[in-house]
Design a protein around this ligand. Structure first.
Ligand code: NAP
Length: 270
């Protein structure tokens, strides 16, 4: 199926050392892309790159914090020096942070506003800044695909995570805004889309969703009750949508938000 072919494309995955980013990196590399694993933890990045290379894939690592424009600009120079271009950017770095959470036995007025600020910085600017820095390289070549990750917390209020919800909602409107800007002022071949994942058990939400004995928490049971498929996503179940969005198969698709959620966002739960 040639329309899904991404062989030889240079694809950056921010947070490529994480649960979903790791799986997306492996999928893109398996499809023949040259994958750049971008992270702030040198050892974790090196491990991920070694694993990809051991599987016979083309990969390089770059170290950068996604909220630091200068580090991102150096990363862009490194990537261009190595592979000459940037075709795909998948912004997966982000997540909820415990300090920015309103627990069930506290309330919004007890929120630590500094933690709120940091979480919005990570989840919103941590997508905006890489999109600006790597999107500029796409503007220069006149083609590229940017894929952002939002969340179910943008559709309706989900308890505990106000900063994360606000920031991920910002990611969705930024997706639409940048899609408009790049297609109308630069090239129709630069597309920007967003995936809204449902609930996947990863490092950052495992404690909230699973008890120490592996059984579901009360929060998990509420999620599953509202999910028509009655299960959590398998980590690799985002990959097909990523592959679609970064390939020619999606050549007329820009500014969209696609839920991959087992039906969570479309169901009232009743
Ligand atoms: N899991 C879910 O159910 C779910 C649902 C909806 C949306 N999402 C979104 O999907 C994305 C990935 O989630 P995940 O579950 O795979 O989380 P994860 O395993 O915690 O991965 C997050 C990745 O982001 C990196 N990161 C964090 N802050 C960074 C920074 N300032 N600069 C560079 N890298 C940074 C982490 O690296 P470090 O090791 O350096 O921290 C890690 O590799 C997140 O944006 C999350 O909000 C996840």
């Amino acid at each position: 199926m040639d329309i899904f072919d991404i062989k030889g494309k240079v694809a950056i995955v921010t947070g490529g050392t994480g649960t979903l980013g790791g799986s997306i990196s492996r999928c893109l590399a398996r499809a023949g892309a040259r994958v750049v694993v971008l992270g702030r933890n040198q050892d974790a990045v090196a491990r991920q790159v070694d694993d990809l290379r051991a599987a016979g894939r083309e990969a390089m690592g770059v170290i950068a914090d996604v909220t630091d424009m200068r580090k991102l600009e150096s990363a862009r120079e490194e990537i261009i020096a190595q592979w000459g271009r940037i075709d795909i950017l998948v912004n997966t770095a982000g997540g909820n942070t415990p300090g920015a959470t309103v627990s069930d036995d506290s309330n919004i007025f007890e929120l630590d506003v500094e933690e709120f600020r940091k979480n919005v910085d990570l989840n919103l600017n941590g997508t905006v800044f890489p999109s600006l820095v790597f999107g500029k390289a796409m503007a220069e070549t006149g083609s590229g695909s940017i894929i952002n990750l939002s969340s179910m917390a943008t559709y309706s209020a989900i308890s505990r995570v106000p900063a994360y919800s606000v920031a991920k909602s910002g990611v969705e409107i930024f997706t639409k805004w940048l899609a408009m800007e790049l297609a109308s002022k630069f090239s129709e071949k630069i597309r920007v889309n967003c995936i809204a994942p449902g609930f996947f058990i990863g490092n950052q939400n495992r404690q909230a969703l699973l008890n120490p004995d592996g059984s579901y928490t009360g929060r998990s049971l509420k999620v599953l009750a509202k999910t028509p498929m009655k299960r959590f996503g398998r980590i690799e179940e985002l990959n097909g949508t990523v592959l679609y969005l970064c390939s020619e198969a999606a050549s007329f698709v820009t500014g969209t938000v696609i839920p991959v959620d087992g039906g969570f966002s479309s169901s009232s739960g009743v």
